[in-house]
Design a protein around this ligand. Structure first.
Ligand code: HH2
Length: 359
């Protein structure tokens, strides 16, 4: 497990970010648009004395840590094989969720029919989605596994149609499903087990040269992931896990420029862990890969607000997405594309103090 981290703090956006950069008080987080003005040094560099524990201004960072700080500023080598990074676009990409399942926690049964799923995907693209994530197996806490054959039956016609219109990722743990999805036009693998469930998955993804989302989850089984939750420090533990999964993916031949990382909200996390991971999202910038963030309609939004029905959690979900956007997320995985796009556009205009149609 990695023994040292630099946590970016004091983030700014828009005109405030530009002013702090001009005054040499800030550095871009993963190439921007957010910048950071302070850091917390965590752990110990090999051969160097332990750093002060308190957050410090960038000017006070000891020489031995400068390289680690610089690593936070570089844009990742790529986003899932060719999609634009937030530094270039001025906002994160929006990934619309199309669950072709009877039992997903928030939209189960809504798009079970292929025609309805395809129509939902097109509506999300109309509303501004940059890519679509298609899944045929619910991974909500306690969900029963779906045979890979049934999963394929559900998603393939949907992938085939929607891949004609937009980049499509497939939310699956099964290599056989993903192999068929690639043939149907999918370009990105979204594996909630970070290539740990199916031994054939890493090789398949390497050979396909596709984008790969590696997500943190406790264990690999949604039936048991919420049992016995324990972390030393959830943000560092999740970052350490993701660092190991990037190394494993690279060892299997997957190019780092194709990898994105996701803290996996709700996958072996309670309210406190979900909030800590959101608030400390900038820590993941040190891993050098873009970050995917998915809070949409999840239980912790209901726990904060008292809203029972997942479909009624749109405003809370948008607030979480905006919090992640300000903390450097490159992709927001959402059910409610129109609401998220509206919020991102208004956020960009308010922070710039001006309206730029391109954002
Ligand atoms: N969350 C869910 C499923 N897949 N993939 C990534 N990368 N990140 C996530 O946060 C994530 C995910 C769970 O949400 P949903 O797809 O809406 O529900 P279900 O698993 O019940 O289909």
């Amino acid at each position: 497990m990695r023994a040292y981290w630099v946590e970016p703090l004091g983030l700014l956006q828009g005109r405030a970010a530009a002013a702090a950069m001009a005054a040499d008080l800030a550095l871009p987080l993963s190439g921007g648009p957010s910048v950071f003005t302070m850091v917390r040094l965590i752990g110990a560099l090999p051969g160097a004395p332990p750093p002060p524990e308190a957050p410090m201004a960038l000017a006070d960072v000891p020489d031995a840590w400068q390289d680690q700080v610089l690593a936070l500023t570089r844009p990742p080598a790529g986003l899932l094989g060719g999609l634009p990074l937030p530094g270039a676009l001025g906002r994160p990409l929006v990934m619309g969720i199309v669950n072709v399942t009877p039992d997903s926690f928030s939209d189960g049964g809504v798009h079970l029919d292929a025609g309805a799923a395809v129509a939902a995907g097109h509506a999300m693209l109309e509303a501004g989605a940059d890519l679509l994530d298609i899944g045929g197996e619910s991974t909500r806490p306690g969900a029963e596994p779906v045979p890979a054959e049934e999963e394929r039956r559900r998603i393939l016609p949907v992938v085939r149609e929607l891949a004609k219109a937009a980049p499509v990722s497939v939310d699956t743990r099964h290599a056989a499903t993903f192999a068929a999805a690639l043939e149907a036009g999918a370009e990105i693998l979204n594996d909630v087990t970070a290539l740990r469930h199916d031994p054939g998955m890493a090789r398949l993804a390497a050979e396909a040269e596709c984008g790969v989302v590696l997500m943190h989850m406790l264990g690999t089984d949604p039936r048991s992931m919420q049992a016995g939750i324990r972390y030393d420090d959830v943000a560092l533990d999740v970052a350490g896990f993701l660092a190991e999964r990037v190394a494993a993916a690279e060892a299997a031949g997957i190019d780092r420029a194709r990898i994105a990382l996701d803290p996996g909200l709700g996958f072996g996390k309670r309210l406190a862990e979900n909030l800590a991971l959101t608030e400390r999202l900038p820590l993941l910038a040190g891993l050098g890969c873009p970050v995917v963030y998915g809070a949409s309609r999840k239980r912790f939004i209901g726990e904060i607000t008292g809203v029972e029905q997942p479909a009624d959690r749109v405003p809370g979900s948008v607030a979480a997405a905006i919090a992640a956007a300000r903390r450097g997320a490159a992709v927001l995985r959402v059910h409610d594309v129109a609401a998220t796009m509206q919020a991102l556009r208004v956020l960009a205009a308010c922070e710039a103090g001006a309206f730029d149609e391109a954002v």
